[in-house]
Design a binder for this molecule. Sequence first.
Ligand SMILES: NC(=O)c1ccc[n+]([C@@H]2O[C@H](COP(=O)([O-])OP(=O)(O)OC[C@H]3O[C@@H](n4cnc5c(N)ncnc54)[C@H](O)[C@@H]3O)[C@@H](O)[C@H]2O)c1
Ligand SMILES: [Zn+2]
Length: 403
Amino acid sequence: MDREANVHPTFCQAFQVSFEYPVVFSRDIFCPANLTLLEVFERSPGRSPRRCVFYADANLVQASPDFLARVHRYFAAHAGRLELAGAPVVLAGGEVAKRDWTCVEPIVDRLIEAHLCRHSFVAVAGGGALLDAVGFAAALVHRGLRLVRLPTTVLAQNDAGVGVKNAIDYRGGKNLLGTFAPPFAVINDFEFIKTAPISAWRDGIAEAFKVAVIKDAVFFDDLCRMAADLARRRFAVMEELIYRTARLHLLHIQQSGDPFESNRAKPLDFGHWSAHQLEVMSGFQITHGQAVSVGLMLDATYAFLSGWLDADELARIRAGLRAADLPIWHPLMERRLPDGRLELLLGLDRFREHLGGELSVTLPHGLGAHREVSEMDGRQIEQALASLKDGLVSCCGSLGGTG
Ligand SMILES: NC(=O)c1ccc[n+]([C@@H]2O[C@H](COP(=O)([O-])OP(=O)(O)OC[C@H]3O[C@@H](n4cnc5c(N)ncnc54)[C@H](O)[C@@H]3O)[C@@H](O)[C@H]2O)c1
Ligand SMILES: [Zn+2]
């Protein structure tokens, strides 16, 4: 702009806002003797009793029929210090919880009807989808209420529930509306995952392999050792997986220097460009975790062909995923468009668009380390697919849906 056009000097507004929130790992948080929840609510100064609107995932409530009674008992046991602003609200869980804007309205309305002030609390116990929807609503009312997340699936505890974002799907676009809004606190109660569906367990395991392969070689080794026990749903090993994966996600946000992803920082999305595309191509019949596992194996094979992983490292990734009962192949990966192009490659275009026009794909570079690339070679992807398929034939003798 022409300097002469400015009638007064430009005022450069600048300030910093710091965020801090605890991510607590506990068990049985609604036992009245467990003070975790009470201490979280009382973490910052304010008037007692701390008022709270409570939302719960319908599938959690169905799987644990005494859940609501236990919430009531906990608040009653600490009356004077905690208060439920109305009965807990049970909402449908899963992707329908965040399907579109109409899911948010009743959540917002309930918060307004409860006459919450900005120092009141919104607590939500559920899978990542419900946490996202309630988190989005809580970020809007009075420009942001205090959100306490109680994640109840493996993926919600080790990934979706511990970060600084929320989102709902809108006009067919996944996570199209949302905000960056750090929670007031997160409490991971390991008891919750006992009733979560097996598909949700696998999704969380796939995300653990995702971070371990590119960030932490020791964790990767441990995951491979734990894999068979994870597939058998052994709780003790799953607790360790959740803690270590959540920590890596939290450190990634903390150390990126760009927690709201305004500049260069990106979420940890190794294996995700093809995973998202496979989910779309299957009409969401493939779960996110299955798609991620297949996507990890494809990108690891691509990295091998680039000389960034050796044959032994690639074989160990594959063996780890298989031992955890995760798929490494899906027949849809070979589907072609009428012009002969691999349909999977559309995922790269979508990914580029999502990243703001410039592609950046994270690939392993040795185990526990990674590099970003700004281009993926179509022919090398074809080669990676062929070699993956060859490997399946030689190792299994035939090609199943999941390898
Ligand atoms: N905000 C973020 O940073 C972020 C990051 C990653 C993923 N996500 C989002 O998280 C969502 C996936 O989360 P998810 O994997 O937890 O799946 P989910 O929320 O869809 O839950 C899976 C299923 O388990 C049910 N459920 C949840 N807890 C249960 C329990 N303890 N017992 C019985 N049933 C239970 C749910 O109702 C649902 O049917 C996606 O929408 C994704 O976009 C968000
Ligand atoms: Zn993911």
